[in-house]
Design a protein around this ligand. Structure first.
Ligand code: CS2
Length: 480
């Protein structure tokens, strides 16, 4: 850590009073939603300061508190870097340390929005069906205790307090990469509320709003050298900056309790009545190919997405996924040309300033696969279209979570189901046996897909080829 620079500090007075509690204060939100919020306040005013909540660890609070909760967002363009300091966060709470403080903040009548970036696994749902996982330890805990642990528990218990106090609910604004993400959160919140108190579930159903959103910005994890580079560039030490690409997009269903929200449109967000077509486009075109490139690229020895798509076989493979397998399933949002959208993604992937690790995107595949790839594969199968490229990517995920790379070195697999996944892989020697074991995981593979012979056979062939010939050769074969 460079010690010779003065520490970034912005005094917290003069900030707008908080109107938002944000659960899951990771780099993505700080480089996306927080920037939109700061710009909306600048354009149109309003008490929309943000109280950030880290659910588990105190690290972010401990890093940012001495900076007055200010931080630098560094835009990494292909031609240069631009830094801006954000001071829209007024406090950071750590839920595990003090759940009461988090609930009290969420129940405060000044708070109009509770937004979330808790990642796919943070909603404690079965990825294939979207149902609340009632056996999840945090859910079991939250059903028995009024001071919760899960993000769903915090939403439900805070809404319970607001109902008891005769207050209106807050709007729940999900900013995670889930399809129809507002409905997805609404579903798990209502399930938990029903188990706690059916009258609470009714009140939420009638009064609360869960707009869906499509969020987009590539935000690679900040590395120690990014911190020292930034200090050298600005002459000031920020120990928790965020790095992001120039591009950003936020499409928001305009459905807020009492219509109370920052003027996000003034910051460039698209306020629409239905987000579905945007979400499908982004989740399947961007996140779908991101995951495919992450597993296959990692196995082929590439560290970043940029390195992966610089390889001509991978570039052709990625383009063929869009053209032959993904775009044919999509309805374009009005005014959007999907081929141009995909080509713009390719340019974003190729930005050499963004060192987005394949291992970072490969995390939590069990939670990501259904919406990123399996739905597209199912639709292609139904329509009689090929899905060879996506099926190869699913096979690469199977190989990856098996825990050894192509040189036999161990992979640090990060996934809530990591132990189960390794056990499936090791349960049989043959690719047939391995695939058989994976397809039984109905939390990931819907039975209708798992039982489709073309999918099963395609997966076995792809996994055999990966084991025999390696990722590079398999990708080159599809790209041909
Ligand atoms: C990535 C996303 O880590 C991942 O799984 O696919 O974080 C991706 O960078 C963002 O969704 C881009 O908007």
């Amino acid at each position: 850590m460079p010690a010779n620079y003065p520490r970034l500090f912005v005094p917290p007075h003069n900030r707008p009073a908080p109107g938002i509690v944000h659960l899951g204060l990771g780099a993505f939100y700080r480089a996306h939603g927080a920037i939109y919020t700061a710009e909306a306040i600048k354009a149109s005013g309003g008490n929309w300061g943000i109280i950030g909540v880290s659910l588990m660890r105190p690290d972010q609070r401990d890093l940012l508190a001495p900076q007055g909760f200010a931080y630098t967002a560094l835009e990494l363009g292909p031609e240069g870097k631009t830094a801006q300091v954000l001071d829209v966060i007024s406090d950071i709470l750590v839920a595990r340390e003090n759940p009461e403080a988090v609930l009290a903040a969420m129940a405060d009548p000044a708070i109009k929005i509770v937004s979330l970036t808790v990642t796919e696994k943070g909603y404690c749902r079965a990825p294939a069906t979207g149902a609340l996982d009632q056996s999840h330890p945090a859910v079991v805990y939250d059903l028995a205790n009024s001071l919760p642990r899960s993000s769903v528990g915090f939403l439900v218990r805070a809404l319970q307090r607001r109902m008891a106090a005769g207050l209106p609910p807050f709007t729940v604004l999900c900013c995670d990469n889930l399809p129809e993400n507002g409905n997805a959160v609404r579903g798990v919140v209502l399930e938990m509320a029903t188990l706690i108190d059916p009258a609470l579930a009714d009140w939420i159903r009638q009064n609360c709003a869960f707009p869906s959103t499509m969020v987009d910005r590539i935000v690679p994890a900040t590395k120690p050298e990014d911190i020292s580079d930034l200090a050298r560039k600005t002459g000031i030490l920020d120990v928790s900056p965020v790095m992001h690409e120039p591009f950003r997009q936020w499409v928001i269903e305009d459905n807020f309790v009492n219509n109370d929200r920052p003027d996000y449109a003034a910051a460039g967000a698209q306020m629409v009545s239905d987000v579905t077509v945007f979400e499908h486009m982004k989740l399947r075109c961007l996140n779908g190919t991101h995951s495919a490139l992450a597993y296959l690229g990692f196995l082929a020895g590439h560290q970043t997405i940029c390195d992966t798509v610089t390889n001509p076989a991978f570039a052709a493979y990625c383009r063929s996924l869009w053209a032959s397998e993904i775009i044919p399933c999509l309805t374009p949002p009005e005014g959007v040309n999907l081929s141009q959208y995909a080509e713009a993604l390719f340019v974003r992937y190729s930005n050499p300033a963004i060192r987005h690790l394949t291992s970072q995107i490969a995390m939590d595949g069990s939670q990501k696969l259904p919406q990123r790839m399996l739905e597209t594969i199912s639709e292609n199968l139904k329509a009689g279209r090929e899905s060879r490229g996506l099926i190869l990517a699913v096979a690469a995920w199977i190989r990856y979570v098996g825990g050894l790379d192509e040189n036999g070195h161990p992979i640090k697999v990060q996934d809530p189901m990591a132990n189960d996944l390794r056990a499936f892989y090791n349960s049989a020697k043959s690719p047939e046996g391995k695939v058989e074991a994976f397809l039984k995981a109905s939390a990931i593979f819907p039975p209708s897909l798992a039982s489709t012979p073309a999918f099963r056979v395609g997966l076995v062939d792809a996994l055999s080829a990966l084991i025999q010939h390696g990722a590079q050769a398999c990708v080159a074969k599809i790209a041909r």
